[in-house]
Write a protein that binds this ligand. Structure first.
Ligand SMILES: Nc1ncnc2c1ncn2[C@@H]1O[C@H](COP(=O)(O)OP(=O)(O)O)[C@@H](O)[C@H]1O
Ligand SMILES: [Mg+2]
Length: 260
């Protein structure tokens, strides 16, 4: 299953939350994090991989294979984007990118997509490719933040993309999001320590912090109520398919035997 993190506004905490969730759940389910922000991504800094040449950009430009761009960070598989201005030379081939994501889906239980905020070229959400991704909207506790989040929800609705819910981030009691938006699934505090993880290049949920604690509560819920249930459904469908093909094979064999 693919889970995307999105808002048309930048800086709300999409990358922070997507990377931390991916890292945390990778202990439980086979997970790959993919930075889909081809031109403006910065997840490489988060994982201390800023100097790797094996990025999603290199893959799209035909310089690396899929295997080469998958890096391991403890239990988590990670595909970062080029964080340098060299990223502007990338061929944003939506078909190739969606094809990569579908191939990853054969190998991983969960694919976490860090999506760019732009609504133009370079964002697979607005290509004609079928993405089949469920979305978590990350909104920021501010007046512009609520406006951006409302617009984002309208947009996803118009695009017919299923939304799991909205995470309100950097909460400082500025806006009562619950009064305006009815799908709030978590409220995460503003926490200065979050900024520091970018300096250290490691996930915040690794150490005790106010933000990390609240996020881990939410992740437990997400795993229980959503991911494990959904994976169970997917497995049940696969088992049913296998069972069906087994029966069909048997029927074929019986037909052959009868005709002999
Ligand atoms: N809860 C938080 N408290 C304090 N700072 C945060 C919080 N969430 C994110 N940030 C900071 O906000 C900035 C933007 O976060 P980022 O995850 O890059 O946003 P986006 O991916 O939406 O552009 C980063 O410097 C990050 O450390
Ligand atoms: Mg980002």
């Amino acid at each position: 299953m693919k889970i995307g993190f999105y808002n048309i506004q930048g800086g709300t905490g999409k990358t922070t939350i997507a990377t931390n969730i991916a890292y945390y759940i990778s202990d439980v389910v086979k997970t790959v994090f993919v930075d889909c922000d081809i031109y403006g991504g910065n997840s490489a800094l988060f994982f201390n991989m800023e100097s790797t040449p094996e990025t999603i950009n290199a893959y799209l430009n035909g310089r690396c294979t899929m295997g080469e761009i998958i890096h391991e960070y403890e239990n988590l598989s990670v595909i970062v984007s080029d964080p340098t201005p060299g990223a502007f030379d990338t061929d944003a081939d939506a078909e190739k990118l969606v094809d990569l994501l579908n191939k990853l889906e054969e190998k991983y239980d969960v694919i976490i997509l860090d999506l760019p905020p732009n609504i133009t070229e370079g964002n697979i959400l607005f290509s004609s490719e079928e993405l089949s991704c469920k979305m978590i909207v990350v909104g920021e506790d501010s007046i512009p933040g609520i406006g951006g989040t409302l617009k984002t929800l309208e947009l996803l609705d118009a695009l017919d993309i299923q939304v799991i819910g909205t995470i309100v981030n950097k909460d400082r009691n500025i806006v009562e999001f619950d009064d305006v938006i009815d799908n709030v699934i978590a409220i995460l505090p503003y926490d200065e320590e979050v900024e520091e993880q970018w300096i250290k290049g490691e996930p915040i949920v690794k150490k005790k912090s106010h933000f990390g604690k609240e996020l881990s509560f939410f992740i437990e819920e997400l795993l229980e109520a959503y991911i494990q249930k959904d994976l169970a459904t997917l497995r049940a469908i696969e088992i049913a398919k296998e069972f069906k093909s087994h029966i069909l094979e048997k029927e074929e064999e019986e037909k052959k035997d009868q005709s002999l």
